[in-house]
Write a protein that binds this ligand. Structure first.
Ligand code: TXA
Ligand code: MG
Length: 323
């Protein structure tokens, strides 16, 4: 059910969960200092209890309520990128409830860049907010996605379409010599290391298993349709025409002659930010109209655009390449 900002503040203060817009995706919010309310978030999403939540703050001054003092490099990231699509993992203070951190000794913190949730945070205090989708599904990027996912049973504030469309970059800032990106997002390793003035690298399969983000082991971002890569070089001559069934959603970014392809074609014409903004909505649209497969033109080298590592990560997960 859609409610306004004032009703959302009221409901949150009473210990209810409310879905709120951020600049990345919609989050399912509850008061961080109310363990029963936090528990409701897990229950509503069907989220595994061992997957910790991000605490959303109104500003950097609230960090010390949850985390040990960040070092200078982490502080630089917060000063430059907050409010924004950056989640920082720090050693937690011992009084942060285990229900938030899934018993870990670290806590994930973020100041979102969306006036609606910032206005609400100023009235409610810190809020936990995982992406508002039922566990495993693509994150909601519009209020009506939340309405559809929970058949109108979850309260939601409509803040329009989310600007970025993919979840925040999660960075583990506990090692003062090198930060590690646990989940890629709109901010890439290059920009982060420039600002932090220390190396920032991507966590990758096989390395440092114990430092993996707990959420990475679960299936994520998957539509019901099967998702596949389609090689860029196969496009120009239309040789795939025969092999792609009509009931296909085809997402292209460079292919020359989209009309050569059967099915429904969305062409973002090299605009990867738009591709990120639209991705989950397109996944959901394919499911709603019953398209059983989605083909996505394979992406170029990740250094070409900051959103590419995140786009590749989410599409690979939807394909099931990491599962
Ligand atoms: O953009 C976003 O981050 C959105 C919006 C609503 O803010 N939120 C979001 O939350 O994507 P969620 O819960 O869907 O994803 C949080 C990720 C999970 O993979 C979780 O395992 C990881 O962050 N995480 C949370 N706390 C952590 C911690 N202490 N250490 C490592 N990873 C953590
Ligand atoms: Mg999520």
């Amino acid at each position: 059910m859609i409610i306004d900002k004032e009703a959302a503040i009221q409901k949150l203060l009473e210990g209810d969960v409310v879905a709120l817009p951020t600049e990345t995706v919609y989050g399912l919010a509850a008061l961080a200092d109310n363990p029963q309310a936090v528990q409701k978030v897990f229950f509503t999403k069907g989220r595994p209890q061992d997957n910790p939540l991000i605490v959303h703050l109104e500003g950097v001054h609230q960090v010390s309520r949850f985390a040990e003092e960040p070092d200078e490099a982490a502080r630089r990231l917060m000063d430059v990128y907050w409010p924004g699509p950056l989640t920082i993992v720090l050693p937690k203070r011992s009084d942060v409830p285990d229900v938030i951190t899934a018993g870990l000794d670290s806590v994930a913190l973020r100041v979102p860049a969306h006036t609606t949730i910032l206005d609400i945070l100023r009235e409610t205090g810190p809020l936990v907010a995982p992406s508002a989708n039922p566990s495993g599904k693509p994150s909601p990027t519009k209020a009506h996605h939340v309405e559809q996912d929970y058949e109108g049973k979850v309260l939601v504030v409509d803040g329009g379409s989310t600007q970025i469309g993919l979840e925040s970059t999660v960075v583990d800032c506990r090692n003062p010599n090198e930060f590690m990106i646990l989940r890629p997002g709109a901010l890439d390793a290059f920009s982060l290391s420039q600002t932090a003035q220390i190396p920032v690298r991507y966590w990758n399969d096989g390395a440092l298993d114990e430092r993996r983000s707990p959420g990475m082991k679960y299936t994520h971002y998957k539509p019901q349709a099967s998702v596949y890569w389609i090689e860029s070089q196969q496009h120009p001559n239309g040789s795939l025409k025969a092999s792609l069934p009509d009931d296909t959603l085809l997402i292209l970014h460079t292919a020359k002659e989209p009309e050569l392809f059967p099915g429904r074609v969305v062409h973002v014409k090299g605009d990867f930010s738009t591709m990120a903004t639209l991705l989950y909505d397109l996944f959901r649209w394919a499911d709603r109209i019953g398209l059983p497969q989605i083909y996505i033109e394979s992406l170029p080298d990740e250094t070409l655009h900051p959103i590419l590592p995140a786009l590749k990560n989410r599409i690979s997960r939807a394909i099931g390449e990491y599962n």
